[in-house]
Design a protein around this ligand. Structure first.
Ligand code: ATP
Ligand code: MG
Length: 757
């Protein structure tokens, strides 16, 4: 074969080249942020194909997000040209395993058109499972069971494999319910997220011949962000790489941020033991960030004891120091960021004009996004929300999707339950229960059962007329899918119109209704990128980012978790307050591991920035209608002074924002509390700012966010008598909770369980 051009090797440093060119045998690239791991991984794929080592379908590359997969595909296609050979298998663990499981569904007891459940469906199904065992769901919430089961699935444990040590879980019923749940899923021909991997691991283990076939097929395996793989993913990789051992993993132990979801940083630390003789490649030059940004990030991560430790350097001198600014409250913070973004575009800040596409706001908790979204909508600043499945989690979107699902697969009982009476069709709980009973008695789907109920004359009045109409519409839509009379976009519009769903929102006079209609429009727009509804539904089930790109520059808003692997010239990191970041939960935990994970998250955040990094915090935050005071994040103090520039907070000193914000007395009390605190004074000394008008009064009760409790403000909780609610604050051993139904109450914390997922 003649020498082909190798543009992808250009500019790589010697260690990166080694990672690209060591094609056979195990390779581990273990290096800090921004050192070019992902770039080297992409070049490696190009090199595998270009050098003739592998055909595209013999390469399996796992990325952490769909966005990363898409980018990598584009880069490889760009480097290679789109040959007839097709593209490598390139996607997230979930995306790849959906494909595999559809092929081998029968080996897992499913049909190839199985439905993928989202969290909501999962919880609804678990409620049924719990009720079927006569357990009081109020005492033993389905969400708690969901997280228990997810945890087992992350560890690749089938019900039979759950260790005895876990037998006491969920009132000694956890394992039994897990087993019930799995058989219900099979009956429904459905899988949840955790199943995608668990089923494939189980299938491979039970069918060595099949595994061998795939080992021969996927001759080269590549994994990005390896530090965040969980046990199930790890087992899956080990199975597939078992024969040839051509596996290349890249990662950074300092960026392991998914421990809470079962990721095991130990996987990366154990790589050399698992794959003896592995080539270990360390990269030390950071190409992404300026020296100040890198210096601040390194200072923070040094606070962790449990780490390998790495050298990182950059030749990008100069530039702005990391900017630090305190605000009165979250709204003021959002307002200020909005102004900064405008100044950045105008070039009056940061040395050069920035496009909004260059800018990102990275938040610790997704609820922080709201203030920014509101502010940007007000001033007309274009933004996009990336990462969390925000858009597809919205109520109206979920309803619409349930319609689509039901039209595609009429046996999708969960979808049926969701929308049979949305809009109202006079089919209350009683009618639905009747249908459910008929379904159980006849062993059929709810749609079929509804027909039986109607035929038996068991319905009357509005319910009967409407149900008949609904079923006949369903039948018509389903026929259209089969006959392809309309394209899927027209069909989707038809469904939303004829079902009366759109009309329901048109007639709705609440302030949210117009937004919901906008979202439905967006949804139909999103369909354009897909060939059919099925493909779209699959995409949404898997989606991790929801950018609906339509021209024009936009600032990106996302969680720190979603920002992993990405980079932006200008990054804003708001909400650096103890209790928010690090989270209250991590601070309350005994031991350091939660706090260390938060610190890694801070490191990930700072190292996303190329040129300009701005950290901010607010002294007051409104949580569920209550003002709470906060202290600047402990991570702020960990950044070396030489790399930090403290900006004077606007409004705090003579600016008069106090008068505008909420209850004056309460705010004043809180500001006194905060600004007399040691943390704040340290900051003041640094900046040289002088407080001239600090309120002295301290009358209103201030919720002390440092109080020790297993719950943090904002947590969803459950109380046997009062039901669900949200924690407003902690006071000693008592929690102040806003219950959804019972209103605000003080309750002793040991009577509270988490309603968390
Ligand atoms: P993270 O740990 O955050 O995922 P990473 O190690 O994967 O970071 P990349 O995203 O691959 O780093 O690279 C960071 C930036 O540095 C990118 O803009 C990339 O194009 C650039 N880069 C990587 N290697 C080189 C190089 N040899 N010369 C110049 N620029 C490089
Ligand atoms: Mg990377």
């Amino acid at each position: 074969m003649g020498a082909r051009p190798t543009p992808y090797l250009e500019g790589l440093n010697p260690e990166q080249r080694r990672a690209v060119e060591t094609l056979d045998g195990p390779v581990l690239m273990l290096a800090g942020a921004g050192t070019g791991k992902t770039r080297a991984l992409t070049a490696r794929i190009a090199h595998l194909l270009n050098s003739g080592h592998a055909r595209p379908n013999e390469v399996l590359a796992v990325t952490f997000t769909n966005k990363a997969a898409r980018e990598m595909k584009e880069r490889v296609a760009h480097l290679m040209g789109t040959g007839a050979d097709g593209m490598p298998w390139l996607g997230t663990f979930h995306a790849i395993n959906v494909k595999l499981l559809r092929r081998h569904a029968e080996l897992a007891g499913l049909k190839s058109n199985f439905t993928i459940l989202d969290t909501d469906d999962q919880v609804r199904l678990l409620k049924q499972v719990i009720a079927a065992r006569g357990i009081d769901e109020k005492r033993w919430p389905a969400r708690q069971l969901a997280s228990l089961i997810d945890g087992w699935k992350n560890r690749a444990l089938t019900p039979a494999q759950v260790p005895v040590a876990d037998a006491s879980a969920f009132n000694n019923k956890g394992i039994e319910l897990y087993s019930d749940y799995q058989s219900r899923l099979r009956d429904l021909n459905a899988a949840d997220f955790g199943d995608l991997l668990l089923h494939m691991v189980t299938v491979f283990q039970a069918h060595p011949d099949l595994l061998e076939q795939y080992q021969r097929w996927f001759r080269y395996i590549l994994v990005d962000e390896y530090q965040d793989t969980n046990v199930a993913q790890y087992l899956w990789l080990r199975l597939l790489a078992g024969g040839h051992r051509n596996i290349c993993c890249v990662g950074d132990d300092d960026q392991s941020i998914y421990g809470w979801r079962g990721a095991e940083v130990g996987n990366i630390l154990r790589f050399e033991k698992d794959f003896p003789g592995a080539a270990v490649i360390r990269l030390e030059q950071n190409y992404r960030s300026t020296g100040h940004i890198l210096g601040a990030a390194s200072g923070v991560i040094k606070g962790n004891r449990d780490r390998l430790g790495k050298t990182l350097w950059t030749d990008r001198d100069g530039g702005d120091k990391v900017r630090l600014i305190g605000h009165w409250d979250g709204e003021e913070e959002a307002r200020w960021v909005g102004e900064e973004l405008e100044a950045l575009q105008g070039g009056t800040r940061g040395g050069r004009p920035y496009s909004l596409d260059d800018c990102a706001i990275l938040v610790r908790a997704s609820h922080q996004m709201r203030a920014f979204e509101d502010r940007f909508l007000t001033i007309g600043l274009p933004y996009r929300v990336i990462g969390g499945p925000r858009f597809y989690e919205r109520l109206e979107i979920r309803d619409a999707m349930a319609y689509f699902r039901l039209v595609i697969s009429p046996a999708d009982d969960l979808a049926f339950e969701r929308i049979v009476n949305t809009p109202k069709r006079g089919l209350g709980d009683k009618a639905v229960q009747k249908i459910q009973r008929a379904a159980r008695a006849n062993g059929v789907s709810l749609v079929q059962a509804a027909q039986i109920v109607l035929a038996a004359g068991e319905m009357s009045g509005k319910g009967k007329t409407e149900l008949t109409r609904f079923l006949s519409l369903l039948g018509l839509w389903h026929a259209e899918v089969l006959e392809e009379t309309h394209n899927h976009i027209e069909l989707a519009e038809k469904i939303l119109d004829e079902s009366g769903y759109k009309e329901m929102w048109q007639n709705n006079k609440t302030p949210e209704a117009p937004g919901r209609l906008e979202n439905l429009k967006e949804l139909v727009k999103a369909l354009e990128q897909f060939e059919n509804l099925q493909g779209f539904l699959e995409h949404v089930a898997l989606i991790m980012d929801n950018e609906t790109e339509e021209g024009g520059a936009k600032v990106s808003i996302m969680t720190l978790h979603a920002a992993k692997g990405l980079e932006f010239p200008a990054v804003f990191l708001p909400g650096w307050e103890d209790g928010l970041f690090p989270s209250q939960r991590s601070m309350d935990e005994s031991g350091q591991s939660g706090l260390e994970e938060e610190r890694r998250l801070a490191y990930v955040g700072i190292t996303r920035a190329e040129e300009l990094c701005t950290i901010s915090f607010a002294a007051n935050r409104r949580v569920y209608g209550q003002w709470q005071s906060a202290m600047p994040s402990r991570f702020i103090d960990e950044m070396p002074e030489a790399h930090v520039d403290v900006l004077t907070p606007p409004g705090l000193y003579g600016g008069g924002y106090g008068a505008a914000a909420g209850s004056k007395i309460e705010s004043a009390a809180m500001s006194a509390n905060v600004y007399n605190s040691p943390g704040w004074r340290r900051l003041q000394n640094r900046s040289g700012a002088r407080g001239t008008s600090q309120p002295q009064e301290s009358r209103a009760p201030v919720i002390d966010m440092q109080a020790v409790s297993a719950f943090a403000e904002g947590d969803r909780v459950f109380h046997q008598k009062f039901g669900y609610g949200a924690v407003l604050g902690t006071e000693g051993d008592k929690l102040r909770i806003a219950f959804d139904k019972a209103g605000e109450k003080h309750v002793v914390s040991r009577f509270i369980t988490s309603a968390d997922m």
